[in-house]
Design a binder for this molecule. Structure first.
Ligand code: HQG
Length: 179
């Protein structure tokens, strides 16, 4: 499959497994899973046929391992805006994590810290390179350093998604270091 087709399928999955399952008549279970058969049927009925082989290939070779396929079901590993409980355990984070953003958000972030905005969690990266990539989606990236160790010891829960993204409910400004 060529790169463009892969990206199109991945974006289609993100839209319907994270944000808008109802658009194609899908219902996610409380943990975000849907039967693969139901997904493929719904996609075909709504003008975007995907073969089972293509789905497997997209899941297996996705650059960020965005999806998990198991026991005939599929779900997005993170990034939902619809309410789902991924059932991820609270986990001790590394001392330092990173968040990639852009200059125009800095004033608000200094003021109120990092907020989940339209997602369920604030997304934090384990390394600077990843955070830089995340920030670059919106413009010239600015990487903030998050004092995850102290935050954890102060009782803030951290979780890690199946693809290595660290998730927090909110990062108060005192745990952030700005460049
Ligand atoms: C910013 C992609 C104003 C925040 C990536 C970000 C990631 C604030 C934007 C994943 C703010 C939200 C998530 C505040 C945070 N005031 N702006 N108080 N607090 N922001 O897309 O972290 O390709 O929801 O800095 O790789 O950019 O979808 O979050 O710029 O892992 O798999 O508000 O999305 O993964 O944007 O990206 P997002 P994000 P996928």
């Amino acid at each position: 499959m060529d790169e463009r087709r892969m990206t199109r399928i991945s974006k289609y999955l993100a839209r319907h497994l994270r944000h808008d399952p109802h658009r194609i008549g899908l219902v996610l279970d409380p943990a975000g899973w849907v039967e693969v058969d139901a997904l493929l049927r719904a996609a075909a009925e709504h003008g975007f046929p995907i073969s089972a082989g293509e789905l497997r290939e997209v899941v297996a070779s996705n650059d960020k391992r965005r999806y998990t396929l198991e026991d005939g079901r599929i779900r997005a590993n993170q990034g939902h805006s619809v309410p789902v409980d991924l059932g991820l355990p609270v986990t001790e984070p590394p001392e330092v994590l990173y968040h990639g953003t852009v200059g125009r958000f800095l004033a608000a972030i200094r003021d109120e810290g990092l907020r989940p905005m339209s997602r369920h969690h604030v997304h934090l990266s384990p390394d600077r390179e990843t955070a830089t990539r995340v920030g670059s989606r919106r413009g010239v990236p600015v990487v903030l350093v998050v004092a995850a160790g102290p935050m954890h010891r102060d009782g803030h829960p951290f979780r890690r998604s199946a693809n290595g993204v660290w998730l927090a409910d909110h990062v108060p400004p005192r745990y952030l270091r700005f460049p």
